[in-house]
Design a protein around this ligand. Structure first.
Ligand code: ATP
Ligand code: MG
Length: 246
């Protein structure tokens, strides 16, 4: 369970987050959507412990974010990959796990790379990989860490639409198999509805939760879901909430 109690973050005069209350049970996939500058990245950074809250409290199964991170409980995938350029894909995947004090399992790491469609690229360095492939390495790395919680900040933001759809399916399948708790920031309403058990819509001035929608669509959400009225309705509801003046 991730618990945020009245979490606020200020940078000088700028209030990035203005009092966030959120409870996320283990295994839930939560999507977060909101206008630019409403505090989505700040929220993820605060949950991961990279940013300290100015007020309020974050707990991950009773632990502080710093404790959880040092135990390797939190995996992070940011919009811009943070791979080490001098290390191969495989070395990048095992490195974080080693840093968290866990024994690296190269066979598992290879299998994860294969799962994200990178069999044969284990020995490639980031410069030799496309943007989408680098993001896949970053996702494999977060999974190899063995983290229970995945924080993903527009991980597909810079990918072309086809790769984006493929990656969405991969992340969803991995989630279905491994039941991670996921916080997933996106600018795409259809993506937020397709992936989420719950969709959190944030607003500005200051950054806060505007509404939360339960996405009670059946899973798996493949193929025909896109045409289903229920899916289209959820997309329309989330979209109008996003654009509402409040
Ligand atoms: N380190 C920082 N120092 C000062 N201000 C910051 C810092 N990080 C974020 N902010 C401010 O906090 C607010 C929220 O920023 P944040 O990056 O969390 O927004 P976001 O919702 O992720 O936006 P986007 O959708 O564009 O990525 C913005 O006004 C931003 O300028
Ligand atoms: Mg951001």
């Amino acid at each position: 369970m991730i618990e945020l109690d009245d979490v606020g973050v200020s940078f000088g005069d700028v209030t990035a987050l203005g009092g966030i209350d959120l409870r996320i049970p283990d295994g839930e996939f939560v999507t977060i959507i909101g206008p630019s500058g409403c505090g989505k990245t700040t929220l993820l950074r605060t949950v991961s412990g990279l940013q300290s809250p100015t007020r309020g409290r974050v707990r991950l199964n009773g632990r502080s974010p710093d404790e959880a991170r040092s135990e390797g409980t939190i995996g992070v995938v940011f919009q811009q990959h943070t791979l080490l350029p001098w290390k191969t894909a495989l070395e990048n995947v095992v490195f974080l796990r080693r840093m968290a004090g866990k024994s690296p399992k190269r066979a598992d790491a290879r299998e994860l790379l294969s799962t994200v469609g990178l069999a044969g690229f284990e020995g490639s360095r980031p410069a030799e990989l496309s943007g989408g492939m680098k993001q896949r390495v970053a996702i494999a790395r977060a999974l190899h860490l063995g983290a229970d919680v995945l924080l993903m900040d527009e991980p597909f933001g810079e990918l072309d639409e086809l790769t984006r759809e493929e990656m969405g399916i991969e992340v969803r399948d991995l989630w279905r198999r491994e039941r991670k708790t996921v916080l997933f920031v996106t600018h795409s309403v259809p993506e937020a509805v397709l992936l989420g058990d719950r969709c959190v819509v944030m607003g500005n001035d200051p950054g806060r939760i505007r509404t939360t929608f339960d996405i009670d669509l059946p899973r798996p959400r493949d193929g025909e879901v896109f045409d289903a009225d229920a899916y289209q309705e959820r997309v329309a509801t989330v979209r109008s909430s996003l654009h509402a003046d409040q």
